[in-house]
Design a protein around this ligand. Structure first.
Ligand SMILES: [Zn+2]
Length: 370
């Protein structure tokens, strides 16, 4: 019975879609002093009204936060709260020595646990956060709203899946690649529209769980089975034929390697080169008729890593004293191809068709606020 109750509670908390998310900003920087101010809208600072022209500063001092208003010490507090009146408000922030950024909604500043630095938390409405992530990660990649819908739904699914990632540290997500890059609020029209038009929508697997929205730059014409890369079968990360990636920017690549080095590599992995058929397979390896996952048992993922190749989707050709690797695609090849997705949107496909093309057997569902 206890187990059942726990399961029910877990499911309910999992499906709720919280309105705000706490994101640690400048998470990779060590900050002791930070200037900030209102960019748009009405704000209060620890319950005190402030004006747009007010210059605000927070300084770490003896384990507390000193607040300066127009260069005069105003207060010394445990937590500074810059609170916005509504969802349209945004502020600017500049830690000393770092670049200025703008974020939507609220800001909290308090000392880190060890009292050595300041913790900066952007307490932001979920959809504003999603739009900010999309702009930070892919804002320059397209002007097509449909493309940004694809990005938004993937970022939102990531958020939903990882909402408790930093819970023990007192926030939900951080702003660096370890979670999702979030270096700005969104101000690009198509990005905001793409996020708002997919509001609350996430991608679920056949068991109703948010999927891991893996993506890469270009599939080379066929995506990779997750099992071939990480050894684990994932129902929605299956190989699919992907003509949309063909002839896009990162579709082809070439690399020359000394034949001697190429052969010695396989020798070092225990392949018997005295056997002519082994040598021929290594020197004339081909994926012309589709992706393979190994050369004589040596995993292509390992070979890609060892030779720093753009993808595992290549064929080999003898080329003087070298071998030439003729490759297709860029990245691990699992899940969504970003260039392919952009091309699908250009060709008029809708965002859900793009998602269903790259992620096998998934469902898109709107998770409502509770
Ligand atoms: Zn993180």
């Amino acid at each position: 019975m206890k187990k059942i109750c726990f399961l029910i509670i877990a499911c309910i908390s999992f499906l709720s879609y919280s309105e705000n998310v706490r994101v640690r900003i400048y998470a990779e920087d060590k900050i002791k002093e930070v200037s900030f101010g209102v960019s748009f809208g009405s704000y209060t600072l620890n319950n005190r009204d402030i004006k747009r022209q007010d210059k605000l500063k927070a300084v770490l001092s003896e384990g507390k936060v000193e607040i300066y208003l127009n260069e005069k010490l105003l207060d010394k507090v445990d937590t500074l709260k810059l609170s916005s009146e509504d969802l349209k408000c945004f502020f600017q922030i500049t830690p000393t020595g770092l670049k200025q950024r703008r974020y939507d909604n609220n800001l909290e500043i308090y000392p880190t646990k060890d009292k050595q630095f300041l913790m900066l938390i952007n307490n932001v409405e979920c959809e504003n956060y999603i739009a900010g992530v999309v702009q930070s990660e892919a804002g320059g990649a397209s002007d097509n709203t449909e493309f940004f819908k694809v990005q938004a739904i993937c970022c939102r699914t990531y958020m939903q899946r990882n909402i408790n990632k930093h819970k023990k540290e007192g926030f939900n997500l951080c702003d660096c690649v370890n979670c999702q890059v979030y270096f700005s609020r969104a101000n690009k029209e198509q990005v905001i529209e793409g996020s708002m038009k997919t509001k609350g929508e996430v991608i679920l697997d056949s068991l109703g769980k948010p999927i891991e929205t893996l993506f890469h730059s270009n599939s080379g014409g066929e995506t990779v089975n997750a099992k071939d890369v990480w050894g684990k079968e994932v129902s929605y990360l299956q190989p699919v034929r992907d003509t949309f990636s063909i002839n896009q920017k990162n579709y082809t690549w070439e690399k020359e390697i000394r034949e001697k080095d190429w052969l010695n590599y396989f020798k070092s992995k225990g392949i018997d080169l005295k056997k002519e058929s082994n040598k021929q397979e290594i020197l004339n390896f081909s994926q012309q008729d589709g992706r393979k996952n190994n050369i004589l048992g040596i995993n292509l993922v390992q070979i890609r890593k060892d030779f720093n190749l753009k993808s595992t989707y290549f064929s080999v050709k003898q080329w003087g004293s070298n071998v030439k690797l003729i490759g297709r695609g860029y990245g691990h090849g699992v899940g969504l191809s970003q260039e392919g997705a952009a091309e699908m949107c250009e060709e008029g496909y809708e965002y859900w068709q793009v998602i269903e093309h790259y992620y096998t057997g998934v469902k898109i569902k709107e998770i409502k606020n509770q």
